[in-house]
Design a protein around this ligand. Structure first.
Ligand SMILES: O=C(O)[C@H](O)COP(=O)(O)O
Length: 206
């Protein structure tokens, strides 16, 4: 039985291109982002995948990425569930600020801690732990049951909501997750055992 979970970070957004903290703000994809999302769908199709259900966030960059993938797979009308639990980490007061300007204001190290640490929230925003506290229960109760009954499940979401999910899935420590970066539009394919542990993992690089 194949129990397959495929995670994809959205393609490049307008604010990724402008180097702005985005969080819960809702910019669309750039031309490159649209292409990255379509390419992800092409690679998944070439790899022989076929989805039973898709999940995405309530933000348009993830939804557009999800739809591009489904279109390329020849499954444009697949049941797709949108939930705020999968939204990007809330960047609080950093949202909309330029990342280089923030480094000039608060220092390189502080900004890195806000962006990549496990438990230090940016001012007024969520830490990765806070993000995980909404992503992980949603995964466990809503998404994982589909995987464990033998389905192939797409989750199109965000850099940090997916880092929080991957941390719990792979059992990574706080220091380990600091090093983990997710490329835009790069599918990560997990096959799970019946007990929900990871049987295999493959990253579909371009
Ligand atoms: O919200 C954002 O700004 C990006 O989607 C991810 O930002 P990061 O690279 O700082 O985690």
């Amino acid at each position: 039985m194949s129990r397959t979970l495929i995670l994809v970070r959205h393609g490049q957004s307008e604010w990724n291109l402008k180097n702005l903290f985005t969080g819960w703000r809702d910019p669309g994809l750039t031309e490159l982002g649209h292409t990255e999302a379509k390419d992800a769908g092409k690679r998944l199709k070439a790899a022989g995948q076929h989805f039973d259900i898709a999940f995405t966030s309530t933000l348009s960059r993830a939804q557009a990425t999800c739809q591009h993938i489904l279109d390329e797979m020849g499954q444009p009308d697949l049941e797709t569930i949108r939930n705020q639990a999968l939204n990007e980490r809330d960047y609080g007061e950093l949202s909309g600020l330029n990342k280089d300007d923030a480094r000039k204001k608060w220092g390189e190290e502080q900004v890195h801690i806000w962006r990549r640490s496990y438990d230090v929230p940016p001012p007024g925003g969520e830490s990765l732990r806070d993000t995980g506290a909404r992503v992980w229960p949603y995964y466990l109760h809503i998404i994982q049951p589909h995987v464990l009954r033998g389905e192939t499940v797409l989750v199109a979401a965000h850099g940090n909501s997916l880092r929080a999910l991957i941390m719990a899935l792979e059992g990574l420590s706080g220091p380990e997750i600091v090093e983990r970066e997710l490329g835009t539009g790069i599918p990560i394919i997990y096959n799970l055992n019946a007990d929900s542990t990871i049987a295999s993992k493959e990253v579909l690089e371009g």
